[in-house]
Ligand binder design. Structure first.
Ligand SMILES: Cc1cc2nc3c(=O)[nH]c(=O)nc-3n(C[C@H](O)[C@H](O)[C@H](O)COP(=O)(O)OP(=O)(O)OC[C@H]3O[C@@H](n4cnc5c(N)ncnc54)[C@H](O)[C@@H]3O)c2cc1C
Length: 528
């Protein structure tokens, strides 16, 4: 292949600078690696927003096997047992890596980790930092380590739009300077390509994910021919703040644990009629109850007044701040909430070494589907998975690279703050992007049925046609949207994060992964 606008990454090329990408880059050192990211390090990644922490069986009364069992239970019958066991077994070593690179995990006087308990874990097993600052602290530590590592070159302000293939292998990526959609893309060649560009929450109108995390990774891999697994499984926590803030901040489940109740705008408390545990029912049941209220034209509020009163100010300062920023006084007023797209269990199918079905392409983090999460993720298993597979990929590709260090910066590509932020805002606000996100929320969201999914697929196809030539990034989004809607249409049952009102029961015949290529998804779309 000849291409005028060509750059060579001396070693591996990593697309995305969240936890998965940076962890892999550090594990590859001193082998040369180039990391591409649209925004400056630390921004634009879900990783920095993680509040809970990292799940790891490091408590005295815990074991990796118990962790694996909890993971399998949460995943509703389609977690890969071997994957769950092996990931849980490697957790302690990956936590040690994070600690060595400077993550200040919370510890007791004897130096043992202080562990939190999260939903569906049978033990206290989540390592955390200053309570709810794990993601931010981990990313700060890794970024500092990356900056100190001469074999890692970081290129900020660049968005990858396509994977480049030749001779049956992925050989690099096409990228553009952020917002530079009319210029010729740059081709960047890499000896191995690691896709770590995150999940797809931002494909939905209401999401907790950073605005740039919109299914680009899965979309570009599917367009290159990779097999996608379990695309239909999206997790929607029930109580994101519906204050108009985008992305929507999460109102932690702990508030319901403290006795906060859900009411609608008529003042009716609706959960006791739906489940014996009322507001403490499993998360997806609460999400569906809230969704049905909203669909019926009601508004939903989390009322903390009686349970917490003024205590919310000190016990939940983060939620309090979100409320006050939106002009809501949580001591005096109920808090408006809604379900929001939060985490994608599916993604690019990879094997135990992080290899996708395309030669030359490895995938880690939320962009991948390793089989760990099945139909529903166990809390705090995603940061763990990002580290475990980041490390495994580094080991797998290490043999391919000659060791060289001290990479020079790429000439002519640098993050320009004013220009970059303006471009990002323009892209974010394009009407056609908003239309796509609304289609996903309305028709491929918390509850699905055949008619809605068929309509969604037709609408996605229309938007794609209208947008011909608008941007390759948008094509990645419509591709991901197509994969999710087609897989959701195909799975005629309800399981984990996927709920079909026309097939509300679990069907044992569906106790397996959904594997799909873009060709198959397009055929389903074509007949919708
Ligand atoms: C609010 C919130 C709280 C969470 N809390 C927890 C928790 O407590 N514990 C837990 O385990 N998980 C949690 N999660 C989930 C977890 O944060 C993510 O699953 C995980 O961080 C994903 O890591 P990643 O590296 O794959 O992706 P990300 O961290 O999202 O990073 C993706 C990177 O790819 C870049 N990128 C995107 N598109 C492109 C492109 N086209 N070209 C180049 N680069 C691109 C992005 O800019 C970013 O740098 C939470 C998520 C959210 C949103």
């Amino acid at each position: 292949m000849t291409y005028d606008n060509t750059l060579n990454a001396d070693g591996a090329l990593i697309v995305g600078a969240g936890l998965a990408g940076l962890f892999c880059a550090l594990k590859l050192a001193p082998r040369p690696v180039t990391v591409l990211t649209p925004t400056p390090l630390g921004f634009g990644a879900s990783s920095a927003w993680a509040q809970g922490g990292v799940a790891a069986a490091v408590g005295e009364d815990d074991s990796p096997h118990a962790h694996a069992i909890d993971t399998e239970k949460a995943g509703a019958g389609i977690v890969d047992e071997l994957t769950a066991e092996s990931v849980a077994a490697e957790a302690a070593a990956r936590i040690e890596d994070l600690a060595q690179w400077g993550t200040p995990f919370d510890r007791d006087e004897a130096g043992h980790f202080r562990l939190s308990r999260e939903a569906a874990h049978s033990k206290n097993r989540v390592v955390r930092v200053e309570g709810d600052r794990a993601g931010f602290a981990i990313m700060q530590a890794l970024i500092a380590e990356v900056r100190r590592t001469p074999s890692i070159r970081v290129v900020e302000g660049i968005t990858v739009t396509d994977l480049a293939r030749a001779d049956g292998r992925v050989i690099g990526a096409f990228a553009r300077k952020l917002g530079d959609r009319y210029a010729e893309p740059v081709f960047i060649r890499g000896r191995a390509v690691v896709l770590a560009a995150g999940g797809l929450g931002g494909l939905y109108a209401v999401t907790t994910n950073p605005p740039g995390v919109r299914g680009h990774a899965m979309g570009m891999a599917a367009r290159a021919g990779a097999v996608i697994a379990d695309a239909e499984f999206v997790q929607f926590p029930p109580t994101a703040l519906a204050t108009g803030a985008a992305p929507a901040p999460l109102a932690t489940e702990a508030l319901r644990g403290e006795g906060a109740i859900l009411v609608n705008d008529l003042g009716e408390r609706f959960m006791p009629a739906i489940h014996p545990d009322a507001e403490l029912a499993p998360r997806d049941i609460v999400a569906r109850a809230n969704f049905r209220q909203i669909k019926a034209g009601r508004k939903v509020f989390l009322d903390t007044r009686e349970a917490l009163g003024e205590r919310i100010l000190t016990a939940f300062p983060t939620v309090t701040k979100y409320c006050l920023d939106a002009g809501i006084d949580p001591v005096m007023q109920p808090i408006p909430v809604t379900p929001a797209a939060h985490y994608h269990m599916g993604g690019v199918k990879v094997d135990a070494r992080g290899r996708s079905t395309l030669a030359g392409l490895w995938v880690c983090g939320e962009a991948s589907s390793t089989g760990l999460h099945g139909a529903n993720r166990l809390a705090s298993n995603s940061l763990l998975e990002a580290t475990v597979y980041g490390a495994r990929i580094a080991e797998d590709i290490s043999g391919l690279e000659p060791v060289r260090t001290n990479l020079a910066p790429f000439e002519g590509i640098a993050w320009n703050e004013t220009e970059g932020q303006a471009a990002e805002l323009r892209l974010r606000n394009l009407q056609i992007v908003q239309d796509l996100r609304q289609v996903m929320t309305d028709l491929v969201g918390v509850e699905r049925d055949e008619a809605a999914l068929r309509l969604a697929l037709r609408r996605i196809a229309e938007l794609e046609t209208t947008a011909q030539g608008v941007t390759r990034s948008f094509l990645n989004m419509t591709t991901s949207a197509t994969m999710v809607a087609a897989a959701a249409l195909k799975r005629t049952e309800s399981r984990g994060g996927h709920f079909r009102t026309d097939y509300p029961e679990l069907d044992p015949n569906w106790q397996h992964h959904t594997l799909m290529t873009l060709d198959e998804a397009l055929a389903i779309r074509g007949s919708a």
